[in-house]
Write a protein that binds this ligand. Sequence first.
Ligand code: TPP
Length: 548
Amino acid sequence: MYTVADYLLDRLKELGIDELFGVPGDYNLQFLDHITARDDLKWIGNANELNAAYMADGYARTKGISAFVTTFGVGELSAVNGLAGSYAENVPVIEIIGSPTTTVQKNKKLVHHTLGDGDFLRFEKMHKEVTAATTHLTFENAISEIDRVLNIAQNEKRPVYINLPIDIAEFEITKPNTPLNQPIKTLTASETILLDKLEEALQQAKNPVIIAGHEILSYHIEPQLNEFVQKFNLPITTLPLGKGAFNEADSHYIGTYTGAPTEETLRNRVDKADLVLLLGAKLTDSATSGFSFGFTDKQIISIGATEVSLYGEKYETVQLDRFISALTTLSFPKFTGEILPVKRLSALETKDVKLTQKRFWEIVEGFILQGDTLIGEQGTSFFGLTNVPLKKDMRFIGQPLWGSIGYTFPSTLGSQIANKDSRHLLFIGDGSLQLTVQEIGTAIREKLTPIVFVINNNGYTVEREIHGATEQYNNIPMWDYQKLPLVFGGTSQTVATFKVTTEIELVDVMKSARQDTERLQWIEVVMNQEDVPELLKKLAKTFAKQNS
Ligand code: TPP
């Protein structure tokens, strides 16, 4: 018997999904049976639905798309924060909610996980604001609605919501044999006009610069962007929101642009460009240190998935992947000016002294390797990593727009599941870890082997820097971080744990962690409560001002 559940799962496979995350509940259990019955799909249960949403987000960032399953009401509402992050940062995540049977819903029965008022649409309505599409499956619409929302997730790179009453999941259908819509490659008329306008601007520009952003990563169009840059020898920078959109080891890369705190030569180069070409980038507060960029609308052409503007005037939006792919067809003279080299650290001497933020990030720069995936949690970690130049084939994950602390731990695990070949290096603060720590159990059960650096600086240091340095609301209970994996089921066979306080200890542990590829590496790094990376020092001042 072929059912709606089977159809949905076949479609997810077609999109490239091999693992599904989530938490069971009586309204989705029968659907889960269809997952576990298959050899080509794996169920990965989470400790809670927020973590499932974060994990699915990390998986989608790496693999292209993801799905997770929750139960009606109690499950789906816990996941909303995660979905909103995926929406804000353009990550296509499919949430499937197992809900009560059609008859129960139609008869407005007072069943569990409702508000006791017979209204079964409340939670779906709540999701409308943080998804690109929602659907409530019925006997009549299941096939067409599944395809509709999956196509939207694929094209818009944003989350979608599928409410699947449990009897609909079990409803027998005939297996359709048409594939999901394939993307249309031909440019629309307005895209062609925009391309002409861009060509004209690039023909006239004497010192253009590209600023690439996170949407390049969402659409996985780094290769297409790279082709454009190489063909016309253009200088390129990225924002922290979009770090990794261009190979930072390439000679066209001039550094990460962070607004006013940017190193002076790079800042001048970008601020004084006669054409600032934003590609898939958003000039958000945390990406530009409180909007402190030194260029204006008169210099900007911005081409993004949800907004296009030319010198301050809005223009019809484009299908970003198609448009960026077309950039190599432009005709304008190759750029022949100087392209700034990125400053990189030379050999580093380590001493038997207490670790500082400055030295920590320098040591990290020496430690990272081609092919690694780096993940930086909102806090000192993200701002410390921002100016660490990546190596070739490295990926970077952060969430600086939505900025929900705790996000990166489950996200690291999701991304690691999506790409087992890349060593994942997570940098996370003690405060952030306390939000999503339960997922250590999942990491151990799934035999994941990221290297996790837990920055123990005794509380919310980033917040202390913004406001209330010594206020008790910025304190957190002190945990024994090194021991956590053992509490969550780890053994010496599955986890290696460390605690470091000095430069020499850190470097020794890093060497052993790098070589030990069979176990989760859990490294507690003790740092001073008031110590912050240089970039954060500057940014905190602008954030404090923004709130006054
Ligand atoms: N709650 C959520 C879900 N997200 C947030 N961004 C905040 C609260 C506000 N917030 C931003 S950073 C931060 C808090 C509470 C503290 C992070 O502290 P920690 O992870 O210890 O990082 P540190 O700066 O100390 O390295």
